[in-house]
Design a protein around this ligand. Structure first.
Ligand SMILES: Nc1nc2c(c(=O)[nH]1)N[C@H]1C(S)=C(S)[C@@H](COP(=O)(O)O)O[C@H]1N2
Ligand SMILES: [Mo]
Length: 421
């Protein structure tokens, strides 16, 4: 054995070990995490460890509630309005689902980068976003906070995706017991977190400040889900995450898990559920997380299903040149409509495509690893691309540009420099 121990800074159970990848947190004045990016490039496997899972709270982080003191209500258009404790919920037959959670805003800046019309946009760096601490603010204060340059510089939106295992009960179980009445169309879920939505979040996503943002005042985080998705067997009320009880930042004691739909549907800190005969005008339903051509578009629509993505994790152009020879192009692929069944790789900027292999898996909502061996003999610059195709035959990209720049699923080329071996 060599004298030199490969030690990158962490000890695990008393032994030197490699450095562990963890979230890059933004903290409040008391040092508590309110936002965090996941180190997506530095993780292996499919389940993102809980302390590397991204975190988002749109409003103020709420106070924690002890699981023994927790209950939530189901009311509105139901035959049997009821209140459940966590203990009661846990008596129902459970269900465990492994799924990707992705924020609607993840990778939003890449819309501009891949836009042919915008030649001078610098490529957003996943590595920089990973290295950077902070960059998220809860509420606007002062002139500086509203300076768009300042805003756009300060908040990269990459790293807002993770893969997790969620354990709970099917939402369907409790909805059927409550007895949904005829004429109901949506299920409102309210978190007990509250706050006043920060207009800066909208300015940031739209990329300008010269429009009116609706001010709903102080609200709870609320979403109204169409009944069909709420009744899907994999939509669950979860109390456990990655084999442990849910942590506060991820919505303890009970949150909704909505495989395939963007993170904003996965309501945390569930307080109240109401069955309604209409879709209410919630801020996070009809004003934010909506598609449309501009803030003035009268046909804005709530965004739901995620697109298809194939993220190349290696090689990355930001990691510098590689040598002639044989290289594995690897990454992760996922889709909002279930399993990705095919990933194609191009090493010539999309002129020709070859199939990568995808690791087999029974978890249709979780991302999969893909792998392609690239034999490169000539030095030069190569445009390496990956695109996913899912079990519903959707080919990446599936989403069109929208004014809040959500649900990015474009193909992002890696410009790889190859040097003499
Ligand atoms: N009650 C509540 N639920 C919420 C939010 C919130 O602000 N309040 N944020 C949503 C958004 S925008 C995302 S992307 C996911 C993030 O889940 P995570 O923090 O567990 O990764 O939670 C969603 N659920
Ligand atoms: Mo989100």
């Amino acid at each position: 054995m060599s004298e030199e121990i490969e030690l990158e800074g962490e000890w695990v159970m008393g032994w030197p070990d490699r450095k562990r990848a963890r979230v890059m947190p933004s903290k409040d004045a008391e040092g508590r995490t309110i936002f965090a990016r996941s180190p997506v490039l530095d993780l292996e496997g499919l389940l993102t460890p809980t302390d590397a899972y991204y975190v988002i709270a749109q409003l103020n982080m709420p106070d924690p509630v002890h699981p023994d003191d927790f209950s939530f209500s189901i009311g509105g258009m139901v035959d049997n309005p009821i209140e459940y404790t966590l203990e009661e919920i846990r008596k129902f037959p459970g269900r465990t689902v492994r799924a990707v959670t992705e924020c609607a805003g993840n990778d939003g800046e890449f819309w501009d980068y891949i836009d042919e019309g915008k030649k001078n946009v610098r490529k957003p760096s996943l590595r920089d976003a990973q290295a950077e601490e902070g960059g998220w603010r809860q509420s606007g204060d002062g002139e500086e906070a509203l300076d768009i340059e300042n805003i756009l510089e300060s908040i990269p939106t990459t790293g807002l995706v993770s893969g997790g295992e969620w354990t709970g009960v099917p939402f369907k179980t409790v909805l059927e017991l409550a007895g949904i009445q005829e004429g109901a169309v949506s299920i409102a879920l309210h978190g007990w977190d509250e706050g006043r939505p920060d207009p800066v979040t909208q300015y940031l996503s739209v990329g300008r400040t010269d429009f009116d943002v609706v001010d709903p005042g102080i609200i709870n985080y609320s979403k109204a889900m169409p009944i069909e998705k709420a009744l899907h067997e994999d939509t669950i009320l979860a109390w456990a995450h990655n084999g442990e009880y849910l942590t506060h930042v991820h919505g303890a004691p009970l949150r909704l898990v909505v495989p395939g739909w963007a993170g904003n549907w996965w309501v945390k800190w569930i307080d109240r559920i109401e069955i309604l005969d209409h879709t209410p005008d919630f801020y996070y339903q009809t004003h934010y997380f909506v598609s449309g051509k501009s803030p003035e578009d009268p046909n804005k629509k709530p965004m739901k299903v995620l697109g298809v993505k194939a993220l190349i994790t290696s090689p990355r152009d930001e990691d510098g040149p590689i040598k002639c020879g044989s290289h594995a192009i690897t990454g992760r692929t996922w889709s909002g409509e279930g399993a990705v069944v095919r990933v194609e790789i191009s090493t010539n900027g999309g002129e020709s495509w070859n199939d990568a292999t995808i690791e087999e898996s029974n978890d249709r909502w979780l991302w999969r690893r893909f792998h392609y061996v690239w034999d490169v003999t000539e030095p030069g610059q190569y445009k390496v691309m990956a695109r996913g195709i899912d079990e519903k035959d959707r080919v990446q990209p599936t989403w069109e540009w929208n004014f809040q720049r959500k649900h990015f699923d474009g193909i992002v080329p890696e410009i790889i420099s190859v040097e003499k071996g």
